[in-house]
Design a protein around this ligand. Structure first.
Ligand code: GLP
Length: 261
């Protein structure tokens, strides 16, 4: 795991977008794993700008989103399909049939989950996965006690997550109780992943996820087992980390970061 600390949310999102863009330029057929949430909005707006102004080309890429709510239609304002259309899909040249999200309206959720895993496999696996982190430490919707080897499945949301996402649905009572999410094992199988977290409300959970013991109570700690994981935080989200001087030194001195400094 590598931790990169940037001064503010804008710079953290900018680095994330530039890393995605670099992968896409070196491999136009990239299989890109996508995440939702407020933190990612800045990343998508930078990618859209790169597409419009620098010709960043998504036409050959395939995307797989981490998760989707169960029981709400794709055009519902709270659905992740709708989020992706608004923030990315409608503004870049991704081929719509290669933008995959679990289908929360599927009649047989178990089959849908199995097929989602098969689809990822058939595309050769995910090359680069971007991740946010929930206050409960979830990645995707892998709530506490998600098995480290779990695959795509239906998961019940915790009260904390429901509260966190209530504003989009107009109140807690309207938030779906269930979601389909890639499993922790699915995420650990990605070739490379980037976790982005910004703001002081993420400082506690980032310290636990990065420097704490691995536990299924905090799914993001599983990323410590990932062979190629980069954690990008701003100063505020880094506030509770112990080894910030070490992380900063590496970013300033490691050759592979030179083009991003
Ligand atoms: C939702 C998503 C997660 C995301 C989290 C953080 O719960 N399922 O994948 O990481 O939100 O959201 P935010 O960036 O708004 O804090």
């Amino acid at each position: 795991m590598e931790v990169v600390i940037r001064e503010n949310p804008r710079q953290a999102a900018d680095l994330t977008a530039r890393l995605v863009a670099r992968e896409l330029r070196s491999n136009p057929h990239l299989v890109l794993g996508l995440a939702t949430g407020r933190t990612m909005e800045a990343v998508y707006s930078i990618l859209v700008r790169m597409h419009q102004e620098e010709g960043l080309d998504f036409s050959q890429a395939t995307t797989f989103n981490l998760d989707e709510y169960v029981g709400i239609p794709p055009d519902h304002p709270g659905s992740y399909r709708r989020y992706m259309e608004e923030h990315l899909f409608n503004h870049v040249n991704l081929e719509p049939r290669r933008t995959y999200l679990p289908r929360g309206m599927a009649t047989d959720i178990e089959t849908e989950c199995r097929q989602y895993e098969a689809m990822i496999r058939n595309h050769g696996g995910i090359d680069l996965q971007i991740l946010g982190i929930g206050r409960s430490g979830h990645v995707g919707f892998n709530e506490p006690l998600s098995a480290m080897r779990s695959r795509t499945r239906e998961k019940a949301l915790t009260p904390e997550t429901i509260e966190q996402n209530a504003s989009v649905f107009g109140g807690k009572a309207k938030v779906p109780r269930w979601a389909i999410t890639m499993g922790v094992g699915t995420i650990l199988d990605t070739r490379e992943c980037i976790l982005l977290a910004t703001g002081e409300e993420k400082a506690d959970i980032i310290a636990k996820a990065v420097e704490g013991p691995i536990t299924s109570m905090i799914s993001a700690t599983a990323l410590q087992l990932h062979p190629h994981c980069i954690v990008i935080v701003d100063d505020a989200a880094a506030a509770r980390l112990q080894h910030t001087d070490y992380y900063r030194w590496i970013f300033e001195n490691e050759r592979h970061w030179a083009e991003f400094r």
